[in-house]
Structure formats: structure tokens, C-alpha cells
Design a protein around this ligand. Structure first.
Ligand SMILES: Nc1nc2c(ncn2[C@@H]2O[C@H](COP(=O)(O)OP(=O)(O)OP(=O)(O)O)[C@@H](O)[C@H]2O)c(=O)[nH]1
Ligand SMILES: [Mg+2]
Length: 305
């Protein structure tokens, strides 16, 4: 008689991270997973994909759901990103609302909290960037943030300094049911390789541009293959912007900017693939793509196709 192999029960479940743009959601995901699975930048609205990342230990498997920052939308892309973030509040065991301790708690946080409040999941307030100085004392900021809604628990941490990550895991694990692992133990993210590569390219553009340019940038992979003879991963990617003036900025004087973006992206990609990488970058204009639902879908942003 064949025996069905018994699976080991651990604490397992889904944990959504929501909050205003720039609160530090993706940085926390990377710190908890222990490798770079989500792109991060100092510009708001960096994340454009709902991303699942897996933290696996002997006692638990926590599936973190990173989301785009919730904000007042100004275009179709903003609306799509908000929609995607709010979808993440459904069907999770725990919702973590991230609040940046170095910033005043404001109307944006209150709006996020109203959505968190409507969720039936357990609610954890996560106060981030505890390493940064702030005008008010930590106690005062905690008081402001805990007043936003009824939270089941509160954690103060710094993802950058890796302070109290254990405390976060302990709090969250307590709220997860016993069950099977949902993903293979070695898996760290659910993002397809082409998305990871396009996102790394976009991340470099975000760090080196400002004002409207970071928001206007989309990245797409035209070709990705491994050349066995040369032990090289070959990537052809296109950076899209909305206007010709932005194309000039991303290309830079004599191509200097796109070269810099390419060099930095290639270094990340070589780590990712463990091979040499040939990266070819084109910069093209796709006029006002952020206002066009079909174009947004083509990039796969928000809920994607
Ligand atoms: N000092 C400090 N900076 C942090 C910390 N966590 C994140 N940051 C910085 O805050 C900025 C935003 O971080 P992200 O992780 O991209 O924020 P996010 O919430 O994912 O932002 P969106 O994707 O735009 O919603 C980056 O410059 C990070 O380096 C922290 O614990 N301490
Ligand atoms: Mg993010």
C-alpha cells in the first residue's frame, strides 16, 4: 500500500505589507528574506507589482505580500497601483500597516488605516526607520500611529539597521495558523525572471533621476537568453519614458546616463544569474503611457494581464 507522505505542519500564512509610498515596505521584505527580491528607491511609488516573498524557517513559512504604496492617484497608473495594493488586503492572515517613524502621521496614513480597518485579518502596526532622528519622540509618534485604528500588536524596527526583525517575525508568526508550507522551502519570490530583470533596470533609473522622470519610466525586456558557448546571459531591454525631453535625460550627455544605468544594472544581474551578463539598453518614448490602461497592462504593472 502506498503511503501518502505526511507533511510537516508549521505556522504558515500570508502577511500583507501596506502603507504610504516610501514607508519602507520593500526594504523590510528584502531584510526579512535576506536577499534582494524587491526593488527599493528613495522616490515614492517605487513598487508597481504585488510581490510575494517567502521567509522560511524550521518553525514557520511566512509569505510576505509587498504592495505599491497607497497614495492619492493622479493618473491611471496610480489608480491601478492603489487597486492592486488594496486587493492584497483580501485573503491574508495578517495585515501590517507600515508607518515611517521619521515623518509626521498624516491624512495619508489615516486613509490607509481606514482600509486596514475594513480587513478581517489580524492587524499589526509596524513603525519603521527607527534609526532616523525625528522631531517628536518615539513615544509620541507611537501614540499618534496607534490612534489610527485598533491594532492587535505594534512593532518598532529598522529594516536598514536590521533592528528588531526577530521581534517582527515573532509577532507575526503568533497570528498564523498551523498548516502546510505553501511554497518550496528554497523559493524566495514569486516574480518571473523577466519581471525581476526589468525591475532592476527600472530601479537604477529611479536612483539617478528626479521630479517627474522616475514616475514616467517603464522598463520591458525584449530578449533574455543564456549563451552557453560564452557563459553569458544576454539581455536586451528598453526603458520607456513619456516625452522626448525625458528621453534626453535618461540617455544623458553623450549617452553617459544610460551607460551608468547599464553598468549598475549589469552588476546586479551578474550576481542574480551567476554568469557574465551582456546588457543592451534602448531608451524610447511611449507618449503618456501612464494614462493608458492598455499600455499599463503591457508593462504588467498593478494586477498585470
Ligand atoms: N534610515 C532608514 N531608511 C529606510 C529604512 N527602510 C527603508 N528606508 C529607505 O526609505 C526609502 C524607501 O524605501 P522602500 O523600501 O522603497 O519604500 P516602500 O514603502 O517600498 O516604497 P513604495 O514602493 O514606493 O511604496 C529608501 O530610500 C530606503 O533606503 C530604515 O529602516 N531606515
Ligand atoms: Mg516598495
Amino acid at each position: 500500500m502506498t503511503q501518502i507522505p505526511a507533511y510537516e505542519e508549521v505556522r504558515s500564512g500570508f502577511v500583507a505589507l501596506v502603507g504610504r509610498p516610501n514607508a519602507g515596505k520593500s526594504t523590510l521584505v528584502n531584510a526579512l528574506v535576506g536577499s534582494k527580491v524587491a526593488i527599493v528607491s528613495d522616490k515614492p511609488q517605487t513598487t508597481r507589482h504585488r510581490l510575494r516573498a517567502i521567509v522560511d524557517t524550521d518553525e514557520a513559512q511566512i509569505v510576505l505580500v509587498d504592495t505599491p504604496g497607497l497614495h492619492k492617484p493622479h493618473d491611471a497608473l496610480g489608480e491601478e497601483l492603489n487597486r492592486s495594493a488594496l486587493m492584497a488586503l483580501r485573503d491574508v492572515d495578517v495585515v501590517c500597516m507600515l508607518v515611517d517613524l521619521s515623518q509626521p502621521v498624516g491624512r495619508g496614513d489615516a486613509w490607509v488605516a481606514a482600509h486596514v480597518n475594513a480587513s478581517s485579518a489580524r492587524k499589526v502596526l509596524v513603525l519603521t526607520k527607527a534609526d532616523l532622528p525625528s522631531k517628536r519622540s518615539i513615544e509620541d509618534r507611537i501614540a499618534d500611529a496607534t490612534a489610527l485604528t485598533r491594532f492587535d500588536d505594534v512593532v518598532v524596527l529598522s529594516a536598514l539597521e536590521k533592528f528588531n526583525l526577530e521581534g517582527f517575525l515573532t509577532v507575526v508568526e503568533r497570528f498564523l495558523p498551523m498548516g502546510p508550507r505553501f511554497f518550496p522551502r528554497e523559493m524566495t519570490s514569486d516574480q518571473p525572471q523577466e519581471v525581476v530583470v526589468a525591475e532592476l533596470v527600472r530601479e537604477k533609473v529611479l536612483w539617478h533621476t528626479r521630479d517627474e522622470v522616475p514616475h514616467s519610466v517603464g522598463a520591458a525586456i525584449d530578449d533574455l537568453h543564456y549563451d552557453e558557448a560564452k557563459d553569458t546571459t544576454v539581455v536586451h531591454a528598453t526603458i520607456y519614458v513619456e516625452r522626448e525631453s525625458q528621453q534626453g535625460i535618461v540617455v544623458g550627455a553623450g549617452g553617459a546616463m544610460v551607460k551608468r544605468i547599464g553598468t549598475e544594472a549589469r552588476a546586479d544581474l551578474e550576481k542574480l544569474f551567476g554568469t557574465k551578463v551582456y546588457l543592451d539598453l534602448a531608451v524610447r518614448v511611449r507618449k503618456d503611457w501612464r494614462s493608458d490602461g492598455a499600455q499599463i497592462k503591457r508593462f504588467g504593472y498593478g494586477e498585470g494581464l
